[in-house]
Design a protein around this ligand. Structure first.
Ligand SMILES: [Zn+2]
Length: 181
Protein backbone atom coordinates (compact mmCIF):
# COMPACT_ATOMS: atom_id res chain seq x y z
CA UNK A 1 0.00 0.00 0.00
CA UNK A 2 1.40 3.32 -1.06
CA UNK A 3 1.27 6.47 1.02
CA UNK A 4 2.13 8.93 -1.70
CA UNK A 5 4.60 11.80 -1.57
CA UNK A 6 4.96 15.48 -2.27
CA UNK A 7 6.53 16.27 -5.62
CA UNK A 8 7.63 19.57 -7.10
CA UNK A 9 7.30 19.92 -10.87
CA UNK A 10 7.24 23.13 -12.90
CA UNK A 11 7.61 25.08 -9.64
CA UNK A 12 4.41 23.80 -8.05
CA UNK A 13 4.23 21.39 -5.11
CA UNK A 14 1.58 18.69 -5.34
CA UNK A 15 0.76 15.29 -3.83
CA UNK A 16 1.40 12.20 -5.93
CA UNK A 17 0.17 8.80 -4.76
CA UNK A 18 1.78 6.38 -7.19
CA UNK A 19 -0.17 3.44 -5.79
CA UNK A 20 2.95 1.49 -4.73
CA UNK A 21 5.80 2.37 -2.35
CA UNK A 22 8.32 1.41 -5.00
CA UNK A 23 6.76 3.87 -7.47
CA UNK A 24 6.60 6.64 -4.86
CA UNK A 25 10.33 5.94 -4.47
CA UNK A 26 10.97 6.66 -8.16
CA UNK A 27 9.17 10.04 -8.11
CA UNK A 28 11.04 13.22 -7.18
CA UNK A 29 14.68 14.22 -7.74
CA UNK A 30 17.80 12.21 -6.77
CA UNK A 31 18.66 14.83 -4.14
CA UNK A 32 15.64 13.82 -2.06
CA UNK A 33 16.30 10.07 -2.04
CA UNK A 34 18.10 10.01 1.36
CA UNK A 35 15.38 12.00 3.03
CA UNK A 36 12.59 9.99 1.43
CA UNK A 37 14.01 6.66 2.64
CA UNK A 38 14.48 7.94 6.20
CA UNK A 39 10.97 9.34 6.21
CA UNK A 40 9.26 6.26 4.77
CA UNK A 41 11.27 3.77 6.85
CA UNK A 42 11.19 5.50 10.20
CA UNK A 43 13.77 3.16 11.74
CA UNK A 44 16.45 4.01 9.15
CA UNK A 45 18.41 7.04 10.46
CA UNK A 46 19.12 9.45 7.58
CA UNK A 47 22.71 9.74 8.86
CA UNK A 48 23.27 6.04 8.15
CA UNK A 49 22.64 6.47 4.46
CA UNK A 50 26.25 6.97 3.40
CA UNK A 51 27.68 7.35 -0.10
CA UNK A 52 27.65 3.62 -0.77
CA UNK A 53 24.08 3.17 0.45
CA UNK A 54 23.01 6.17 -1.61
CA UNK A 55 24.62 4.73 -4.73
CA UNK A 56 22.75 1.45 -4.11
CA UNK A 57 19.49 3.34 -3.63
CA UNK A 58 19.95 5.30 -6.85
CA UNK A 59 20.78 2.14 -8.81
CA UNK A 60 17.68 0.38 -7.50
CA UNK A 61 15.57 3.47 -8.17
CA UNK A 62 16.71 3.64 -11.79
CA UNK A 63 15.98 -0.08 -12.23
CA UNK A 64 12.47 0.24 -10.76
CA UNK A 65 11.77 3.27 -12.96
CA UNK A 66 13.02 1.35 -15.99
CA UNK A 67 10.86 -1.69 -15.29
CA UNK A 68 7.82 0.48 -14.53
CA UNK A 69 8.22 2.41 -17.80
CA UNK A 70 8.60 -0.80 -19.82
CA UNK A 71 5.57 -2.43 -18.18
CA UNK A 72 3.44 0.71 -18.62
CA UNK A 73 4.41 0.91 -22.30
CA UNK A 74 3.84 -2.81 -22.87
CA UNK A 75 7.47 -3.34 -23.81
CA UNK A 76 9.89 -6.03 -22.59
CA UNK A 77 11.92 -4.99 -19.54
CA UNK A 78 15.69 -4.54 -19.72
CA UNK A 79 17.48 -7.62 -18.39
CA UNK A 80 19.82 -5.43 -16.33
CA UNK A 81 16.86 -3.78 -14.59
CA UNK A 82 15.32 -7.15 -13.77
CA UNK A 83 18.65 -8.46 -12.45
CA UNK A 84 19.02 -5.38 -10.23
CA UNK A 85 15.53 -5.81 -8.75
CA UNK A 86 16.07 -9.51 -8.11
CA UNK A 87 19.47 -8.85 -6.54
CA UNK A 88 18.08 -6.39 -3.96
CA UNK A 89 14.96 -8.50 -3.33
CA UNK A 90 17.08 -11.56 -2.53
CA UNK A 91 18.53 -9.89 0.60
CA UNK A 92 16.68 -9.60 3.96
CA UNK A 93 13.87 -7.04 3.93
CA UNK A 94 12.17 -5.09 6.74
CA UNK A 95 10.27 -7.68 8.82
CA UNK A 96 6.70 -6.88 9.79
CA UNK A 97 6.24 -6.20 13.52
CA UNK A 98 3.11 -6.92 15.54
CA UNK A 99 2.68 -4.35 18.32
CA UNK A 100 1.90 -5.30 21.91
CA UNK A 101 4.58 -7.91 22.65
CA UNK A 102 6.90 -7.88 25.65
CA UNK A 103 10.16 -8.29 23.77
CA UNK A 104 11.76 -5.78 21.48
CA UNK A 105 12.67 -8.16 18.65
CA UNK A 106 12.52 -6.26 15.40
CA UNK A 107 11.79 -2.94 17.08
CA UNK A 108 15.30 -1.54 16.74
CA UNK A 109 16.79 0.32 13.84
CA UNK A 110 16.87 -1.31 10.45
CA UNK A 111 19.62 -1.21 7.86
CA UNK A 112 19.32 0.72 4.63
CA UNK A 113 19.76 -2.52 2.68
CA UNK A 114 16.63 -3.95 4.30
CA UNK A 115 14.64 -0.90 3.19
CA UNK A 116 15.96 -1.28 -0.36
CA UNK A 117 15.06 -4.98 -0.32
CA UNK A 118 11.50 -4.11 0.72
CA UNK A 119 11.25 -1.60 -2.14
CA UNK A 120 12.58 -4.13 -4.65
CA UNK A 121 10.07 -6.74 -3.43
CA UNK A 122 7.27 -4.18 -3.66
CA UNK A 123 8.24 -3.44 -7.27
CA UNK A 124 8.30 -7.15 -8.14
CA UNK A 125 4.84 -7.72 -6.63
CA UNK A 126 3.08 -4.50 -7.63
CA UNK A 127 4.81 -3.54 -10.88
CA UNK A 128 6.00 -6.85 -12.32
CA UNK A 129 3.13 -8.83 -10.83
CA UNK A 130 0.25 -6.54 -11.78
CA UNK A 131 1.13 -5.27 -15.28
CA UNK A 132 -2.45 -4.49 -16.33
CA UNK A 133 -2.65 -1.93 -13.51
CA UNK A 134 0.62 -0.16 -14.33
CA UNK A 135 -0.22 2.85 -16.45
CA UNK A 136 0.92 6.30 -17.41
CA UNK A 137 -0.98 9.47 -16.61
CA UNK A 138 -3.26 10.20 -19.58
CA UNK A 139 -2.01 13.78 -19.88
CA UNK A 140 0.37 13.83 -22.89
CA UNK A 141 2.71 16.34 -21.21
CA UNK A 142 2.90 14.30 -17.96
CA UNK A 143 3.08 10.54 -18.53
CA UNK A 144 3.98 9.74 -14.89
CA UNK A 145 3.70 6.03 -14.09
CA UNK A 146 1.34 4.80 -11.37
CA UNK A 147 -0.16 1.56 -10.05
CA UNK A 148 -3.95 1.71 -10.32
CA UNK A 149 -5.22 0.50 -6.94
CA UNK A 150 -8.78 1.65 -7.55
CA UNK A 151 -11.52 -0.96 -7.22
CA UNK A 152 -12.79 -0.28 -10.72
CA UNK A 153 -9.36 -0.06 -12.34
CA UNK A 154 -10.23 3.16 -14.15
CA UNK A 155 -7.64 5.57 -12.75
CA UNK A 156 -6.40 7.84 -15.57
CA UNK A 157 -4.40 10.61 -13.90
CA UNK A 158 -1.30 10.99 -11.74
CA UNK A 159 -3.47 13.28 -9.66
CA UNK A 160 -7.05 14.48 -10.12
CA UNK A 161 -6.04 17.87 -8.68
CA UNK A 162 -3.28 18.26 -11.23
CA UNK A 163 -3.70 16.60 -14.63
CA UNK A 164 -7.33 15.53 -14.09
CA UNK A 165 -8.52 19.06 -13.52
CA UNK A 166 -6.42 20.48 -16.33
CA UNK A 167 -8.06 18.02 -18.71
CA UNK A 168 -11.51 18.97 -17.41
CA UNK A 169 -10.75 22.65 -17.97
CA UNK A 170 -9.54 21.92 -21.50
CA UNK A 171 -12.67 19.88 -22.25
CA UNK A 172 -14.83 22.69 -20.87
CA UNK A 173 -13.08 25.29 -23.03
CA UNK A 174 -13.46 23.01 -26.05
CA UNK A 175 -17.20 22.71 -25.46
CA UNK A 176 -17.53 26.47 -24.86
CA UNK A 177 -15.67 27.21 -28.09
CA UNK A 178 -17.72 24.84 -30.20
CA UNK A 179 -20.91 26.27 -28.61
CA UNK A 180 -19.74 29.81 -29.46
CA UNK A 181 -18.71 28.82 -32.97
ZN1 LIG B 1 -0.24 13.65 -14.80
Amino acid sequence: MSRGRWVITDGSRWFFDAGADSLDFTAGPDSEVRHWIAERFERVPEAEIGERELADALALRAAIAGVAASVADGEPCQHDDIDTLNLFAATPDVPPVLAGGRRQAGAGRIRVGQALSSLARDAIVNVGGDPERIRRCAAPECRLVFHDESRTGTRRWCSMQRCGNRAKVRAFRGRAESAAG
